[in-house]
Design a protein around this ligand. Structure first.
Ligand code: ATP
Ligand code: ZN
Length: 300
């Protein structure tokens, strides 16, 4: 009798900013899944891949303890947990595989409008409210600054008006929440983005094929998002100039055109967005019939 196929597990946020983005990513990797209402597990129907829906703070621990083979969460959460594990003598709790193209934000200090403190270098023992006490304490220590850190698990931005802290260190993306609380953004402690991590434990042989496939597909989806396929006709003599104009392009495919000697067809994948200005420059360099096409899938 053949062995039942080993299923791989990936931990993602249950309900929050990263949830829909992670589910969309898994779908783009070809995963079809079923998930009952309020269920904490989504079952892959066409791949041996299931996902666990948990609080984002629990994701590093699930990956570190090998309950899940893979996990996706913000670098901010990973970094705070990494410092926690480091203090407990665990040097490498998870393997960082890749940064993803969503969940961008920054962990930054913010100061009350009109207050005396305006930059972190001027701190003299004031209290900082944050959900990331280890990252902030580490920053203060590395920069030789004196401050006391108080942990808030939510609503950090109201700590100064409650008289609980003189400043805060919190996640910011647009800055609207800070402005609404009359806080001015200061120095960035960490630029964060969603990341894919893997368990530090060796993946058993029966799982490696699918772990590798999923990781490769995620990389493929990421690459494709900003990439475009460009086709044009161009004079042979302008090929060097044209190649220099294309951002993030690999070496182009150059094809002869029927019954035309001095012109060729050029096909190229560009890994960055193409702006109208670039198309205009290509045209000025002699290119014609320029087409920019979206790419659906790419396997490097
Ligand atoms: P959970 O219930 O899972 O603990 P949470 O409240 O900690 O949820 P969210 O607010 O949903 O988490 O944010 C999840 C992640 O999204 C953050 O850890 C961070 O990496 C990222 N993120 C992106 N932009 C922001 C932002 N403006 N504020 C907070 N987090 C952001
Ligand atoms: Zn959280």
């Amino acid at each position: 009798m053949s062995q039942p196929q080993a299923r791989i597990k990936i931990a993602i946020q249950k309900s929050g900013r990263l949830t829909e983005l992670c589910l969309e990513l898994l779908q783009q990797c070809g995963l079809k899944y079923s998930r009952g209402r309020d269920q904490l597990i989504g079952f892959g129907e066409n791949m041996p891949v299931d996902f666990l829906l948990v609080r984002d703070d629990d994701i590093p621990g699930l990956v570190r303890d090998d309950v899940c083979d893979l996990g996706i969460c913000g670098l901010n959460v990973l970094e705070e947990k990494r410092l926690e594990y480091q203090a407990a003598g665990v040097p490498e709790p998870f393997k960082m595989l890749q940064q993803l193209d969503f969940g961008h934000c920054r962990l930054a200090f913010a100061y009350p409008e009109g207050g005396d403190l305006k930059k972190i270098a001027a701190i003299k023992g004031e209290t900082i409210a944050t959900s990331y006490p280890l990252i902030v304490a580490d920053y203060l220590q590395r920069n030789g600054l004196q401050g006391s850190v108080v942990e808030f698990s939510g609503a950090v931005e109201i700590a100064p008006s409650l008289g609980r802290a003189e400043l805060i260190c919190d996640l910011v993306s647009s800055g609207a929440t800070l402005a609404a609380n009359r806080l001015i953004e200061g120095e960035t402690v960490l630029e964060s983005v969603a990341c894919l991590v893997q368990t530090p434990v060796k993946i058993p042989a029966e799982k490696t094929e699918w772990v590798n496939r999923l990781v490769e597909r995620i990389a493929g989806v990421q690459q494709v998002r900003g990439s475009k396929y460009i086709m044009m006709h161009a004079p042979r003599s302008a090929l060097t100039q044209i190649a220099a104009l294309l951002p993030g392009a690999e070496s182009p495919t150059v094809l002869p055109l029927d019954a035309v000697d001095d012109k060729v067809a050029v096909h190229v994948v560009c890994r960055e967005s193409i702006f109208w200005e670039t198309l205009e420059q290509l045209k000025a360099a002699g290119a014609s019939s320029i087409l920019v096409l979206p790419i659906e899938k790419m396997l490097a």
